[in-house]
Design a protein around this ligand. Structure first.
Ligand SMILES: C[S@@+](CC[C@H](N)C(=O)[O-])C[C@H]1O[C@@H](n2cnc3c(N)ncnc32)[C@H](O)[C@@H]1O
Length: 214
């Protein structure tokens, strides 16, 4: 579990009191570690996956969107929560998403997932369906671009979930001025200043922000 913001005893307790992932998600985590090496840290953690499935079940979206699919962990979790809708995934990498495609088949959700390969600033701009739920987890410097594209398409009452918004807590420490942390601070401020939305920043994993359009 990614518990950058909790001490180890609390992190263990949270982990022990969150329903564990099944064998398929465990296998996907293992395979991602093997094929992606250090990049495997890009994968969301199992508690975030549990959160995504529950939010999807609660919202029952007809149109869900994921920006940043990688090897498929978060998309499997969202797709499993769907009841009749479709998850539209956007990623730039054929290599990583070829793993995701295989796990969508194995999880029995391939019929409710689409994948568009290319820079998401372009592919999202070409997406013309009203969105109910979006998960944002791609390149951090483009979060503001993706945010505006998603907001244009988000129906009133729709929700954007943005990952990595606390950067291990570094956003709260002015001494941290590396580019990604500065970009994430700017994104968090942009969202907070947007009168169209209500915002809840959750100290889950690396920080996940819930952004609801009024
Ligand atoms: C943090 S990973 C996503 C992790 C994934 N949500 C999971 O749970 O496994 C970020 C992904 O964004 C993709 N990405 C990076 N730049 C992109 C861009 N310009 N357009 C679309 N996808 C991009 C990468 O290929 C990578 O798969």
């Amino acid at each position: 579990m990614k518990a950058y913001l909790l001490d180890s005893a609390v992190a263990r307790y949270v982990s022990e009191h969150t329903t564990a992932p099944d064998a398929l998600l465990d296998a996907l985590e293992r395979e991602t570690a093997e094929v992606a090496g250090d990049d495997a840290t890009m994968q969301i953690s199992f508690d975030q996956g549990r959160f995504l499935t529950m939010i999807t079940q609660l919202m029952a979206p007809q149109v869900a969107v994921e920006v940043g699919t990688f090897t498929g962990y978060s998309s499997v979790c969202i797709a499993r929560g769907l009841s009749g809708g479709t998850l539209h995934c956007f990623d730039v990498s054929e290599k990583w998403t070829s793993v995701a495609r295989r796990y969508w088949q194995e999880a029995g959700v391939a019929d409710r997932v689409t994948l568009t390969i290319g820079p998401a600033a372009d592919t999202l701009a070409a997406f013309d369906q009203p969105i109910d739920l979006a998960f944002l987890d791609a390149d951090k410097q483009n979060y503001p671009v993706y945010y505006e594209l998603l907001m244009d398409r988000l129906r009133p009452g729709g929700l954007i979930l943005a990952d990595n918004t606390l950067r291990r807590g570094w956003v709260a420490d002015p001494a941290h001025d590396e580019p990604t942390t500065v970009q994430m601070r700017q994104f968090n401020d942009l969202v907070m200043e947007d009168p169209r939305v209500t915002v809840l920043t959750l100290p889950v994993a690396d920080g996940m922000t819930m952004i609801r359009k009024s």
